[in-house]
Design a protein around this ligand. Structure first.
Ligand code: ATP
Ligand code: MG
Length: 260
């Protein structure tokens, strides 16, 4: 008989498996060892945080997990499929089907307005322009800036731009969202709004998040927190989700002061 109840973590299938990956960049004659053997699993619905000093390999790791780059050694499996063996067409299909990306620098197209920036990832698909526009407007509403739909990026504040980039990351209804310093360029009040959007998407819509950040406030909403140094994972800790008190041996947490 099949037992009912919550499936234990060990029995769940990871959505992403990172197996002993190394990434070495060649700069002329010099080798830069950005990742030196990193392994971790991400399970569906988790919010994972990667913390670490500048240059420790955080963005590099995110890019390998998000199929934006291929490691020099090791494997990355997404839903059990080894993405290091895929060609660039299959990689881009995988990203389009499953993944959303939020970058610190927003990466918006300056000549397009907010709603066009949000629906641009749908243009190469068979979704009609009208349907794409409707969904983009809905997402701008979700992130609270539908009244800015016809502003170009240079007519938006930093927080508004970040919210456009979150809406864009959601346009294909991805299972996994990768975010590189999603609050890095924002003042603390706008940063809190963005955190709240991320928390809701994770807790209420079950989206899986892998987030690189210096913002320790996010630790509160995380399932697990990985600390990376010099291309290696140094610590894995439980985050604050489900009432855990986050503890780290090596990280001084610099939390935002939350308004009660
Ligand atoms: N394309 C590249 N060519 C050569 N070296 C690179 C390249 N990209 C990154 N590196 C080097 O790899 C190391 C890891 O870089 P990475 O961008 O992953 O760091 P990070 O942890 O994201 O840092 P930050 O917090 O400053 O964004 C750094 O030493 C960096 O200089
Ligand atoms: Mg980085």
């Amino acid at each position: 008989m099949v037992k009912k109840g919550k499936v234990k973590k060990e029995e769940r299938k990871p959505i992403i498996e990172v197996r002993k990956i190394k990434k070495t960049y060649l700069l002329g004659e010099t080798k830069v060892h950005a990742l030196r053997g990193v392994s971790l699993n991400v399970y569906p619905g988790e919010l994972i945080i990667i913390l670490g000093p500048s240059g420790s390999g955080k963005s590099t790791l995110l890019h390998q997990m998000g199929a934006l780059d291929i490691p020099t050694e090791g494997k990355v499996l997404v839903d059990g499929l080894d993405i290091t063996q895929m060609d660039s067409w299959n990689l881009s299909m995988l990203r389009r089907k499953k993944m959303g990306f939020i970058f610190q620098s927003f990466n918006l197209i300056p000549t397009l307005d907010a709603v066009e920036n949000v629906h641009i990832p749908l243009l190469p698909t068979n979704v009609s322009e009208v349907a794409a526009h409707r969904r983009a407007m809905h997402l701008l509403k979700e992130v609270g800036i539908e009244d800015r739909a016809h502003h170009k990026p240079n007519q938006l504040s930093g927080g508004e731009r970040q919210r456009v980039s979150i809406a864009r990351a959601l346009i294909n209804d991805p299972e996994i969202i990768f975010a590189d310093e999603p609050t890095g360029n924002l003042d603390s009040k706008t940063g809190e709004k963005v955190l709240e959007i991320i928390r809701k998407l994770n807790e209420e819509e079950g989206k899986t998040f892998v987030i690189v950040t210096h913002d320790a406030s996010l630790v509160e909403f995380a399932d697990r927190v990985f600390i990376i140094r010099d291309g290696l994972i140094e610590e894995e800790n439980l985050g604050g989700k489900n009432g855990h008190a986050y503890k780290s041996e090596s990280v001084e947490l610099n939390k935002r002061k939350r308004k009660k």
